[in-house]
Design a protein around this ligand. Structure first.
Ligand code: HEM
Length: 206
């Protein structure tokens, strides 16, 4: 669970870095160059397979753990336990489901067009001409709302995920835990705010 999650967290850093090029005012030139590099690099192709395997493993184990936890405590606590678990940790399955639904919509917008499963739109020349698709997608108000709300939940999910991964790997020494928590909060904010800027830029400014 943690290993797959850690890989997904690294993916998000690289995905954000590529997508932030979208807001560089050069008509999508830098973004297109980055996409071309990613599409023609065989190592990226392998990483894409690992990424999808990572998502599937992470989701399946997450669901199994949730079912296991509910079965072992079917009635729930009458008084909330003072175990130090944060609100974020209790709602990992809920934020996870929201991110999963977002992901289906997101793959429909871009990845499935690349695969030829969804027709070209927004004046895109081919299935990898993502810039006009992005411009078109983020001019639709409800899509912008869904993306922005999903990024908020992604931030909550990541805040807990970051420190949880360290615990799973046994790297949660008392001395370092406060620093790990701060790093997790910073990571979650950077990712959530970074992604949020993109739809807002295309809706309000572009
Ligand atoms: C505004 C924010 C985002 C934009 C503009 C964006 C854009 C894109 C684009 C253009 C693609 C197609 C790339 C390709 O298939 O070669 C893509 C694929 C993908 N995106 Fe995003 N993305 C955003 C946020 C996210 C977030 C937050 C996640 C995960 C929670 C995510 C997960 C994925 C995945 C799994 C793929 C398919 C694998 C891949 O091709 O890299 N994206 N995204």
């Amino acid at each position: 669970m943690a290993a797959a999650g850690a890989f997904l967290m690294l993916f998000l850093v690289s995905h954000l870095a590529t997508n932030l090029l979208l807001i560089k005012p050069d008509g999508g030139e830098s973004f297109n160059k980055a996409v071309e590099f990613l599409l023609t690099n065989p190592a990226v192709k392998i990483a894409e397979y690992i990424l999808f395997a990572g998502f599937i493993i992470h989701i399946i184990i997450g669901i199994v753990l949730e079912i296991h936890n509910r079965r072992s405590r079917p009635v729930g606590y009458y008084v909330s336990p003072k175990s130090g678990t944060s609100h974020f940790s209790k709602f990992m399955i809920h934020s996870g489901i929201i991110i999963f639904i977002f992901l289906l919509l997101h793959l429909y917008h871009f990845f499935f067009v690349k695969l030829g499963l969804v027709p070209l739109y927004g004046g895109a020349a081919d299935g990898t001409d993502f810039y006009p698709m992005v411009v078109h997608t983020f001019k639709i108000p409800w899509v912008v709302v869904v993306y922005v709300v999903s990024f908020l939940f992604l931030g909550f999910h990541l805040k807990h995920a970051f420190q949880s991964a360290f615990q799973s790997f046994g790297l949660n020494h008392d001395k370092y835990m406060p620093a790990i928590k701060v790093a997790g909060t910073i990571y979650a904010i950077v990712i959530a705010v970074g992604f949020t800027i993109i739809p807002l830029y295309f809706y309000f400014i572009f």
